[in-house]
Design a protein around this ligand. Sequence first.
Ligand SMILES: Cc1cc2nc3c(=O)[nH]c(=O)nc-3n(C[C@H](O)[C@H](O)[C@H](O)COP(=O)(O)O)c2cc1C
Length: 182
Amino acid sequence: MELSTKIPVITPEGVFIIGTYKEDGTPNAMNAAWGIQSDYGEITLFLAKHKTTDNIKRTGAFTVAMGTVDTVVISDYFGVETGFKANKIEQAGCHVHKSAHVNAPIIEEYPLTLECEVKSWDDETGILVGKIVGEQADESILTDGKVDLDKMKPIMFDISTLSYRAIGPVVGKAYHDGLKLK
Ligand SMILES: Cc1cc2nc3c(=O)[nH]c(=O)nc-3n(C[C@H](O)[C@H](O)[C@H](O)COP(=O)(O)O)c2cc1C
């Protein structure tokens, strides 16, 4: 059956929480589904005009935290309220500290956060490319020093039903399972 291409289902999409500082130093956060790793040390996000983009243009820096099962409500809130009107971090009851590497806040409720410098920002296309200069993880999500997704419980955005879904169990080994067909 042919589907409408108005809102194509591209899946999985992420739940990326972009942290920035406003001009008065207040931290802000927004939710973005449209983002992807574009090199080992690089993330690319696709953004309309927001308080976040104003902040990024001024500071040249941002953080990206990954949404988790335990942060669904605050993550969604960061996507339905704007920093133009509200102090979202305060309203969400979040705790923040400044990244040691970039001029952007780390939201302590999230267990995994990238620290990024702006590599490029295009006002017309809304394409933001960030150079990842640091990454912070809570000990609680590590196993043998590696991020353990079973402990972290990341979520994805399901554009088909406008839901957040937990990410499931391991079903195969990358760069390995296909070798048997080679
Ligand atoms: C699930 C979800 C995904 C979103 N994804 C994006 C996105 O990829 N790009 C974007 O520009 N806005 C996206 N938004 C909208 C922004 O998060 C929203 O406009 C927010 O209020 C911007 O906050 P700010 O004005 O404080 O920066 C998304 C919102 C939700 C709820």
